[in-house]
Write a protein that binds this ligand. Structure first.
Ligand code: FAD
Length: 469
């Protein structure tokens, strides 16, 4: 993105004058300029992706303050990088050189929970788990539940179109975002969508913003759809002697018309990493551990039917959790997978390839081949019920040869995903990490149209430049 041209007639725009302009509409405590502090906002969790040094970090608390930041950035032609909790895994929240980092974490109020309309209205900095618990107190349920839910924000979830464990039954973030308030690049405020159960007035700009990775505007308020809270889910763990058998079980479960509330897979490497990291006592003899759950009125009966299918597919052990507490422990183990794999070699590159469920077995076999060919540890966990795999390349970022092999294997996994009729990213987004691959997936005409959309919303190219394309 090279359209940003400094308007500095006299070429004298400095960090100092940028800060002064920002301070005209923001309180002093909301403008951070100490380089030792601002540098800590340079990266999301994809720390190996390139990132620039922010000129300044701003932490607005109101919509008007966000509008002031965007007006200032437009006037001065300064790039702006919106950030939530920076738990992203693709570098989509990484700073651009000399940018304003616009952190939305202080806009963290739940403005309304309405059981009749079944909506919540929130600011973007609300943490996912905080919202889930708050709506739970009203007998309601906000389903999207990324494993990072205790830290990630709703703004970031919207930016990346997040998924999570329960999506196999309840769908992803896009299905729950009904309406948005967005501050545009030039500071204007736009409302999209609705808070009604239905609504088809004009183009669906709400959906356009979901997954736009901060490249089209700043989400400052969201109307989110809610569901009645389901009964507590009961989890079953099934061990398999091969990944192929576990994938066969997934196919039998889905083809059999079952609707589990989660269907997750952890391979042997991931199970061992979680045990090493948190002493969870998971079975290390298994080649693949499948976790399934039901939140139906009779989860034990539904799990028994699902367990029988696992056995038909060759499960060596099928163990239902005894109660909600044991179920939660198994889920904790799954949620820890990426963090635990990070500890194996210090750095990870996390693929996010989603394939049609019927090709899951081929995907897992291919990843195993790639790991052997590049002589690397690649742990794999997956939202198996969605076909969404996370082959996680573990490497030492200080070893140039291993880093090169890590990147090449990471790319080969995406190529395999596309070959199998999948997508390069099921939920983590393109960011910096996969931007060379977007065109391969959507083609040149697709890229041209997406760039045209970007130009309408951000003609100066100041919003999160260098991401996506
Ligand atoms: C341990 C771990 C487990 C994870 N598990 C999952 C998982 O199961 N499923 C999943 O989908 N992801 C998962 N993730 C990835 C990550 O947590 C999600 O992508 C999450 O949605 C990012 O939220 P965030 O608040 O950290 O956003 P950030 O990383 O700060 O930002 C993400 C993107 O959104 C944009 N953005 C943020 N706020 C706004 C705003 N207000 N307006 C406009 N744009 C904005 C940013 O510019 C960036 O492009 C995991 C990450 C970790 C570390």
């Amino acid at each position: 993105m090279s359209r940003i041209e400094a308007p500095r007639d006299d070429d004298t725009m400095t960090v100092g004058s940028l800060t002064d302009r920002l301070l005209a509409g923001l309180p002093a405590e909301a403008v951070l300029t100490d380089p030792e502090v601002t540098v800590s906002y340079a990266n999301d969790m994809a720390s190996f992706c390139p990132a620039g040094t922010p000129a300044v970090v701003v932490l607005p608390r109101t919509v008007e303050q966000v509008q002031h930041v965007m007006r200032t950035a437009t006037e001065l032609r300064v790039p702006v990088v919106p950030q939530g909790a920076r738990t992203g895994l693709s570098g989509a929240a990484n700073a651009s050189e000399g940018c304003v980092v616009l952190s939305l974490t202080k806009m963290d109020r739940i403005l309304e929970i309405n059981p009749v309309d079944r909506v919540a209205v929130v600011e973007p900095g609300v943490v996912n788990a905080t919202l889930s618990r708050a709506v739970g107190e009203h007998g309601l349920y906000y389903p999207p539940d990324p494993s990072s839910w205790e830290t990630c924000t709703i703004g970031g979830n919207i930016g990346t179109a997040s998924g999570g464990l329960c999506c196999v039954k309840y769908g992803v973030t896009a299905e729950y975002v009904l309406g948005l308030d967005v501050v545009l690049a030039d500071g204007r405020l736009m409302s999209t969508g609705r808070r009604t159960a239905k609504g088809v007035a004009g183009y669906d700009l709400t959906r356009l913003f979901v997954g736009s990775e901060g490249s089209l505007g700043i989400v400052v308020r969201a109307v989110l759809g809610l569901r009645p809270k389901p009964p507590a889910q009961l989890v079953l763990a099934a061990e398999f002697a091969s990944a192929a058998d576990a994938c066969d079980a997934v196919c039998r479960i889905m083809a059999g018309g079952h609707v589990p509330s989660l269907l997750e897979l952890m391979d042997r490497t991931t199970v061992k990493a979680v045990n090493d990291f948190a002493r969870m006592g998971l079975p290390e003899t298994t080649e693949a551990l499948l976790l399934a759950a039901f939140d139906t009125p009779d989860p034990a009966a539904d799990l028994a039917a699902l367990g029988a299918l696992c056995e038909e597919a060759g499960a060596t052990q099928v163990v239902p959790a005894e109660d909600a507490a044991e179920s939660e422990l198994l889920l904790q183990a799954r949620r820890l997978s990426l963090t635990a794999l990070e500890a194996v070699k210090g750095t990870t590159m996390i693929d996010d390839v989603c394939v049609p469920r019927s090709r899951l077995g081929e995907m897992l076999a291919g990843v195993e081949r790639i790991a052997a060919a590049y002589d690397l540890t690649i742990g794999l966990c997956a939202h198996a019920g969605d076909g969404n795999t996370h082959p996680t390349v573990c490497f030492d970022a200080l070893d140039p040869d291993e880093s090169r092999r890590a990147r090449e294997s990471f790319d080969e996994i995406m190529a395999l995903g596309l070959e199998l009729g999948g997508t390069i990213t099921g939920e983590h987004g393109v960011g910096v990490l996969k931007k060379e691959w977007l065109a391969r997936e959507i083609g040149p005409v697709g890229v041209e149209m997406q760039r045209a959309v970007k130009d309408v919303f951000d003609p100066l190219g100041i919003l999160n430049p260098g991401k996506l394309f």
